[in-house]
Design a protein around this ligand. Structure first.
Ligand code: ZN
Ligand code: ZN
Ligand code: FE
Length: 780
C-alpha cells in the first residue's frame, strides 16, 4: 500500500502564485494528487515515488510574494490519484488565511505594457500572480475571482486560457484582464455649470493621453488609482500647484510627488541606497527624502512649504507608468507630478467614481476614471529611513493586511485605537492585523471608513471578538464605538480601556517581539491620563499587563484646549505664565511677541489663564515644542497637526554642531516631575539676546534628550531595567530620535523603536490589543 502526503501550508500563500508553483513542482516529480486553497491556507495531497522528496522541497523555492509561516505533513494511505490537479477552493468558516497586500507592477508586466506586439500593450490593468491589486479588491475569502471586484468582468478566451494554464504566469491570477475583457478608462472634463463632458473612453492609451495633456496644460486632474483617488498636477507648474494648495483649504501639509524613475528623483533629493530600495520595492511607499537646493527652481514652493524634505514615490500601477512615461515607456511626460490624496481636508480618500465626480468637482478640472471598483479604500503608505532602518510613517497600501506575530495565542480581540491618525487592530490566533491608516476620527466620514474597514477585516480574517479594547478618553468616537459594539454584540465581549501612553509603549514592545519590562517613554501631543488630565510626556515602567508612571513634565494650562493645539502661541503664553507667574509672564510675552500681545485674542487668553477658565492641564511634550516654536518666532498658528514642531526641528539642522543645552529641574517623587521653568527662562534669554533660531532649536533638542537620558539612568538605578521603548508622535522628529537612541545606547541600554508601525497614534490600536491580551490572561 502506497503513502499519501497531506501537506498544509499557512502564511501568505494565496493570490501569490503558490498553487501554480506547487503544480509545476508536482509535474516535474511525477506526483499525483491535488492542491487546494482553503480559508486556512493551502492544502496539498501528494502520492507517488517522489512524494517524500516533493514534500521536502515544497518550501525551498516559493514564489517571491509568498511567505510561508508553517507547514505540517500528515501521512495517510494512498488514494490512487491519477493526475495532479488544482482543485476549486472550499471554505471552512472560522479558519485563518492571510490576504496579500496590493503589489506594485512587476518587471514582466511592465515589459508587456510597453511592447507593441503584446496583446496587453498599453492596457492600464495588466497584472499577474506576482503583482497587482489584492487587498483593495478582495470582498471575501477564499481569494478567488468571485470574491473580488473583478467578478463582473468575464474573462475572454485568451485570458481564461492563461488563467487555467498551470505553467502560465497568470495561472489563477484573480485580477487578470486584457484590452478585450478588462476594465476601461474614461476621461471626463468639467463643463459649464457643473456639467461633465466625457472626451475619451477605452481600454488602452487614449484617456491617459488626454489626462497627460490636461496636466501639461496646468490642470488639476483627479486620477483614480489602486486604493482611491489622487489629485494630480504638474509639480513644476507654479500656478497649478498654488491652485491645488488653495483648493485644499489653506493646509500647508506637504503634497506627495510621483517621479518617473530614481534618476529623476536624484535631481531633487538625496537618495541613499536604502532609500532607493524602499522607493523601488514592491510596496512603493511615498519615501520622505532630504531635499537638494536644486529642487527649488524645479518644484513649486507650494508643494512642501517650509520643509527640508520632499515625499516621492515611483509609479506603482500600469496606469501611473503610462501617465508618467508616455506611450513608449520612456518619454517622461513629467519630472514630478503632485499626487495628493483625493479628499476634502482630513476626510477619507475617495474611491467611488460617482462620489469623486460629486465631491471633487470643485477641486479639479478633469477626471481620469476607471471601472474596476475599489472595495477597500487605502491610502499610499509613507516611509522613511532613519537611524539606518526603514520606518513606516503611515501604514497603508502595500503593507496592510500583513500581520504582526504576537508570539502566542490570543483570544479574538478588537482594538479601536484613539482619535487622530487612527487605525484599528484585530487579533486571530498569534496574529495581529492592524488596519490601514483610517485618519482623523473627528469627522463623520472617517467613522464610516472605520466601520467599513472593521466589517471587511472581520469577514476576511474570520474574527469574532470576545474582547474589545479602547482608549480611556470617554469622548473619542473610537471609545464610543467600542462601548456600543460591546453592548450590542452577543455574547457580550469584555471591554478593556487602555491608557493612551501605555498603549504607545506596548505597541513598540509588541512590534519588536519584546515581552518583558521596559522603561517606556511616550512623547506626544495629547492622551487621556488615569487622573483625567491630558498627558503626553510620559516616562513609565511598563509591561503588557500594567505600567507605573515614573516621571513627566509639570502640567501647564492649555488655554482653550484644542484651540491651543491649533495656535502654538497660546502654549507660549502658558509656559511663560508657568515659568514666571502671571504678571511677569505677560510682560515677557509682550516683549518677545509684541505684535501678538496687542491682539484681542492674546488679551482673552491671558484672562483665561488668570481665571483658570477653560484651561485643562496638560503635560504634552508636543505643547512644549509648540511653545518654543512660537517663542523663537518659527510659527504661531498651524495649518496641520504638529506643523510648529516640524518647522522647529528643521531649524535645528542649521546648527549641527551646537552642543549646548538648557537647564531643567527634576523633582523627585512618584511620579517625578520635570520643572520646565529654568528651560523656558533660558530660551527667553536667548531669544532676547538675538541668538539664532537654529541655535535655540538645537539647544532645545539637546535639553529634551538630556532630560530623557537622566530619567532613564535614574530609573535603571532603581529598577535594574535595561531596555527602553520609545513611542509617540514626537519621535517622528528624526533629530530627537537619533540623539536619544544614540545617547541611550551609549549608556548601555537596549533601545526599542518603531519601524513596522508609525510612532504616532497609528500604533495605538496594536498596543491596546497587546495590553488587552495580557489583561485577558488568568493570573499566573
Ligand atoms: Zn506582474
Ligand atoms: Zn482578456
Ligand atoms: Fe499618542
Amino acid at each position: 500500500m502506497g503513502k499519501r502526503y497531506r501537506i498544509t501550508v499557512s502564511g501568505v500563500v494565496q493570490g501569490v502564485g503558490f498553487r501554480p508553483y506547487v503544480y509545476r513542482l508536482a509535474a516535474g516529480l511525477g506526483i499525483k494528487g491535488y492542491v487546494l486553497n482553503t480559508s486556512g491556507g493551502v492544502v496539498v495531497e501528494a502520492e507517488g515515488d517522489g512524494a517524500r522528496a516533493f514534500s521536502q522541497t515544497l518550501t525551498k523555492n516559493p514564489p517571491p510574494l509568498a511567505s510561508i509561516e508553517s507547514i505540517s505533513t500528515e501521512i495517510l494511505p494512498a488514494a490512487g490519484y491519477e493526475t495532479f490537479e488544482i482543485r476549486l477552493s472550499e471554505s471552512s468558516p472560522g479558519e485563518f488565511a492571510q490576504v496579500s497586500p496590493d503589489i506594485a507592477t512587476c518587471p514582466d508586466c511592465l515589459a508587456e505594457l510597453f511592447e507593441p506586439l503584446d496583446r496587453r500593450y498599453h492596457h492600464p490593468f495588466v497584472n499577474c500572480t506576482n503583482c497587482g491589486p489584492r487587498y483593495s479588491i478582495v470582498t471575501g475569502i477564499p481569494y478567488d475571482r468571485g470574491f473580488t471586484t473583478m467578478k463582473r468582468f468575464a474573462m475572454c478566451e485568451d485570458c481564461s486560457a492563461e488563467y487555467k494554464k498551470p505553467s502560465d504566469r497568470r495561472f489563477h491570477a484573480q485580477p487578470v484582464a486584457c484590452p478585450r475583457c478588462g476594465p476601461g478608462l474614461r476621461f471626463i472634463e468639467t463643463g459649464v455649470a457643473g456639467t461633465f463632458v466625457e472626451t475619451a473612453a477605452g481600454r488602452v492609451f487614449e484617456p491617459v493621453r488626454r489626462a497627460a495633456i490636461a496636466l501639461r496644460a496646468g490642470q488639476v486632474v483627479a486620477v483614480k488609482g489602486l486604493g482611491g483617488f489622487h489629485l494630480a498636477c504638474n509639480a513644476a507648474d507654479q500656478k497649478a500647484a498654488r491652485r491645488l494648495r488653495e483648493l485644499k483649504r489653506g493646509s500647508k501639509k506637504p503634497f506627495a510627488l510621483m517621479a518617473p524613475d530614481i534618476e529623476t528623483i536624484r535631481r531633487f533629493c538625496v537618495v541613499s541606497e536604502q532609500e532607493e530600495s524602499l522607493l523601488s520595492g514592491r510596496v512603493r511607499p511615498i519615501v520622505i527624502l532630504e531635499r537638494k537646493p536644486e529642487a527649488d527652481g524645479l518644484i513649486s514652493p507650494d508643494v512642501a512649504p517650509g520643509c527640508r524634505t520632499l515625499g516621492f514615490m515611483l509609479p506603482y500601477t500600469p496606469l501611473h507608468h503610462l501617465l508618467m512615461n508616455g506611450p513608449g515607456g520612456a518619454e517622461r511626460n513629467f519630472d514630478a507630478l503632485v499626487m495628493t490624496s483625493g479628499n476634502i481636508s482630513e476626510e477619507p480618500i475617495i474611491t467611488d467614481n460617482r462620489e469623486a465626480l460629486d465631491k471633487l468637482k470643485g477641486l479639479c478640472d478633469s477626471f481620469l476614471l476607471h471601472d474596476r471598483d475599489i472595495h477597500m479604500r487605502i491610502d499610499d503608505s509613507v516611509a522613511k529611513v532613519a537611524g539606518g532602518i526603514p520606518r513606516v510613517v503611515r501604514r497603508a497600501r502595500g503593507y496592510v493586511p500583513e500581520t504582526i506575530d504576537m508570539g502566542r495565542e490570543m483570544p479574538d480581540i478588537l482594538a479601536c485605537g484613539a482619535e487622530l491618525k487612527n487605525t484599528l487592530c484585530m487579533t486571530k490566533g498569534r496574529h495581529a492585523i492592524v488596519s490601514q491608516h483610517i485618519g482623523d476620527m473627528t469627522n463623520f466620514e472617517a467613522t464610516g471608513f472605520f466601520a467599513e474597514t472593521l466589517g471587511n477585516l472581520m469577514k476576511i480574517f474570520g474574527v469574532n471578538p470576545s474582547v474589545v479594547a479602547s482608549d480611556m478618553h470617554p469622548d473619542y468616537l473610537s471609545t464610543r464605538f467600542a462601548y456600543d459594539y460591546s453592548l450590542t454584540s452577543e455574547p457580550r465581549p469584555k471591554l478593556v480601556a487602555v491608557q493612551h501612553h501605555h498603549a504607545h509603549v506596548a505597541a513598540c514592545m509588541a512590534e519588536n517581539g519584546f515581552n518583558g519590562k521596559v522603561i517606556g517613554i511616550a512623547f506626544d501631543g495629547t492622551g487621556y491620563g488615569t487622573d483625567g488630565k491630558t498627558w503626553g510626556s510620559e516616562f513609565m515602567v511598563a509591561d503588557f499587563a500594567g505600567f507605573e508612571r515614573i516621571a513627566h513634565l509639570e502640567y501647564m494650562p492649555l488655554p482653550g484646549g484644542d484651540a491651543a493645539v491649533r495656535e502654538p502661541w497660546r502654549s507660549a503664553l502658558s509656559v511663560l505664565v508657568t515659568a514666571y507667574g502671571q504678571k511677569e509672564g505677560w510682560e515677557v510675552f509682550s516683549s518677545v511677541k509684541a505684535d501678538l500681545a496687542l491682539s484681542r485674542g492674546a488679551e482673552v487668553v491671558m484672562k483665561m489663564l488668570e481665571k483658570g477658565v477653560n484651561c485643562p492641564p496638560s503635560s504634552g511634550m508636543g505643547r512644549l515644542f509648540d511653545a518654543v516654536s512660537s517663542l523663537t518666532g518659527v510659527l504661531d498658528t498651524v495649518s496641520y497637526e504638529a506643523e510648529a514642531a516640524i518647522l522647529l526641528e528643521n531649524e535645528a539642522y542649521g546648527a549641527p554642531d551646537e552642543d549646548g543645552a538648557y537647564p531643567f529641574a527634576l523633582w523627585d517623587g512618584s511620579p517625578s516631575v520635570i520643572d520646565i521653568g529654568p528651560l523656558v527662562r533660558a530660551v527667553v534669554k536667548d531669544v532676547k539676546a538675538g541668538t539664532p533660531r537654529a541655535v535655540i532649536s538645537a539647544r532645545f533638542h539637546n535639553t529634551i534628550t538630556g532630560m530623557a537620558l537622566k530619567v532613564c539612568g535614574l530609573a535603571r538605578e532603581k529598577t535594574g531595567i535595561g531596555t527602553v521603548a520609545l513611542s509617540g508622535g514626537v519621535f517622528q522628529n528624526a533629530l530627537l530620535s537619533a540623539r536619544m537612541e544614540e545617547g541611550l545606547m551609549d549608556m548601555g541600554f537596549r533601545v526599542l523603536t518603531h519601524s513596522k508601525l508609525p510612532a504616532n497614534d497609528g500604533c495605538i490600536s496594536l498596543g491596546q490589543a497587546a495590553v488587552a491580551a495580557a489583561a485577558g490572561r488568568p493570573e499566573a
